[in-house]
Ligand binder design. Structure first.
Ligand code: AMP
Length: 610
């Protein structure tokens, strides 16, 4: 087949969509281009809410239709053909023929796609792009098929969350200070575009339009967002935020970690930022010529603004209320703030003062799941409503029978029970069928006929030596309890992780803490014992009592250690925007363990159960 390419440009006043098309698919792709423009440009808040109500009232049928659509579009895929569906699209046949899978099961198929096999493997249309997951939750980056349909679901979820948010916190025509980082997309050896999920979203031709329609275009130019160096990007985001401070109506990042990281960085670089504004010259720390060029268009000497920011900063007490001081028109802070992000809420509230924190959506590199339609609810109590049209969902009930975990048959979206915990399984339009995501959620209620869920945790057991079973939530609670002792000294736990030390018998838990100030040994001894006592799992307590598990050890690491861990992951190609501190370091994660061990400044041994 001769490969003849055409450039089709759908132009409007503010943005150009450029599609490279193969000659034999021009009509289809022009239609897609027009459809994408319609989806991203037209945003009518009332219509989005009406549509949400309609779809969630009819969730069972919408799910059937969604499954039918996915299976029909991908009927020619080798994977589905091999499973003998023979054109059937009903949920019963689907469940009977298609197995539940994890990433590992699909990896051989995905590897062929990555290597450039364009035959219909997992989807009818060839997959031409993949998203690299952050790799922080499972230690290894996954290659997830990505296509325009996934971008459409991104728009749907953004529009739904925004529609409800904007009812509560209306934004007129502002800008967003968005801490987004999009490393450049690369090509695999097989010619498939590869980038992080966030990079795929941010670099999509429809993204900028979507954000404009949602009154949230970024204050930063594209050159900043697409820079290969996230530290330089972060500095410039902060600078752009200050330059447009009056226009900033919301401050956002995909995950709360990035928000806290940004303002911690501000504490360190604010004087340099003020100098840049005063002199109208960008700091020499920014070395990429294309960022310098883009930023120089925004910077002119502005001593008045510099003086104002300087005065505001020195007037703050320990940076409390920094955000409203700097950005007087910011209506809220937005990002994923639940699950492992809860640890950062305290610090975020410190910076935010009276400005509300709003958790955004629930999703993953593999696809979106749910929107936050109750934005006024504090993140600690937030729930997400599953959108029945974005994927076909199933939920595996997680039950303990006689103390052992049993895995039951998955149930459909509208068959879940309020109060129960489930593992999420979904079938998406980009080639994942009955895919076990590995997240545990709890059904809190129903919104019309679709579940309202709370994110609980990743499903993998984290800390276990013998009969003990502790999850990331158990660790989080233990850290939360112990860190209250530090809070009395006005010191906070900047970040934490854990590790099972089996180098000596019996093995024991090691918790790494980076803290914000100097605490006395007495206090840290107490924190260590408190950490140990706060793991209340019966297996742990009984093992500790009989010395089947050794005393818990708290290791204090140098300031900046967790930043080094972030940089390590970013160096491996993970997105800084999707970064989640790994809460337990496995024995094979040698590099991260090495970073931690090299930075230990002091250790403490628990005196509990002596
Ligand atoms: P990634 O691998 O970077 O795509 O991260 C996806 C994972 O982030 C999900 O599987 C969840 O474990 C976590 N996550 C995403 N959204 C939320 C949320 N709203 N609350 C808690 N955790 C979330």
């Amino acid at each position: 087949m001769p490969i003849l390419t055409y450039m089709i440009t759908c132009v409007d006043l503010s943005v150009s969509y450029v599609y490279v098309l193969q000659y034999n698919s021009i009509n289809v792709q022009v239609k897609e281009c027009v459809k994408m423009k319609e989806i991203t440009e037209k945003f009518d808040m009332e219509k989005v809410i009406e549509e949400f109500e309609r779809l969630t009232k009819d969730a069972e049928n919408v799910q059937k239709e969604t499954l039918k659509r996915i299976l029909e579009e991908n009927a020619s895929a080798e994977y589905l053909q091999s499973l003998g569906l023979n054109g059937r699209t009903d949920p019963e046949s689907f469940k009977a023929c298609v197995p539940l899978v994890t990433y590992k099961d699909l990896e051989p198929y995905i590897n062929r796609i990555v290597d450039g096999d364009v035959s219909p493997i997992l989807t009818g249309k060839p997959i031409t792009a993949i998203s690299l997951s952050s790799g922080t939750s499972q230690g290894k980056q996954k290659c997830i098929p990505w296509n325009d349909e996934l971008f459409e679901t991104t728009v749907q979820i953004y529009q739904t969350s925004f529609a409800f948010r904007n009812k509560e916190f209306p934004i007129q025509n502002g800008k967003a200070l968005s801490f987004i980082y999009s490393s450049k997309l690369s090509q695999t050896k097989g010619g498939v575009t590869a980038g992080t999920a966030t990079a795929n979203v941010f670099s999509h031709p429809g993204y900028r339009h979507t954000m404009q329609a949602l009154k949230s275009p970024s204050v930063s130019p594209d050159e900043v967002i697409f820079s290969p160096d996230f530290q330089q990007t972060l500095y410039c985001h902060l600078l752009c935020g200050l330059l447009f401070r009056e226009e900033v109506s919301l401050i956002s990042a995909p995950f709360a970690h990035s928000l806290v990281n940004a303002f911690r960085t501000f504490e360190q670089v604010w004087e340099e930022l003020v100098t840049d504004i005063r002199e109208g010259v960008l700091s020499s720390r920014i070395t990429h010529p294309f960022i310098r060029t883009a930023m120089s268009k925004l910077l002119t000497p502005n001593p008045e603004l510099a003086n104002l920011i300087h005065k505001k900063c020195i007037g703050l007490s320990n940076w409390y209320g920094l955000i409203p001081e700097l950005f007087p028109n910011a209506k809220y802070l937005l990002g994923i703030m639940t699950g492992s992000m809860e640890h950062y809420l305290k610090k975020l509230r410190h910076y935010a003062g009276e400005v509300p924190l709003v958790t955004s959506e629930y999703g993953s590199s593999e696809g979106w799941i749910a929107s936050n339609v109750n934005p006024k609810v504090a993140p600690e109590f937030a729930t997400y409503v599953v959108l029945p049209q974005i994927a076909y969902f199933e939920f595996i009930p997680l039950k303990q029978l006689d103390g052992t975990k049993v895995e039951l048959e998955p149930v459909g979206l509208t068959d879940v029970k309020i109060g129960e915990e489930y593992e999420v399984v979904f079938t998406n339009p980009a080639g994942l069928y009955r895919y076990k995501l590995g997240d545990v959620v709890k059904v809190i209620g129903l919104r019309n006929s679709t579940p309202e869920i709370r994110f609980i945790r990743r499903n993998n057991l984290m800390l276990t030596i013998n009969i003990d079973k502790n999850t990331e939530v158990d660790l989080q609670l233990s850290v939360e309890t112990a860190s209250k002792l530090l809070a009395e000294e006005k010191i906070e736990v900047i970040d934490y992780t854990s590790y099972i030390d089996l180098s000596k018998e019996p093995g024991h838990y090691v918790i790494f803490w980076e803290i914000s100030g100097e605490a006395s040994d007495d206090v840290l001894d107490e924190c260590c014992t408190c950490l140990d006592k706060s793991f209340v799992d019966l297996g742990y307590v009984s093992s500790r009592k009989v010395k089947g598990i050794g005393a818990l050890e708290l290791r204090l690491v140098r300031k900046g250690t967790f930043q080094k861990i972030l940089e390590h992951y970013v160096g491996l190609g993970a997105s800084a925007a999707q970064f989640k501190t790994p809460r337990c370091i496995g024995p094979t994660n040698t590099k991260v363990l090495q970073i931690l061990l090299e930075n230990v400044v002091k250790n403490y041994i628990s005196s509990a159960y002596n």
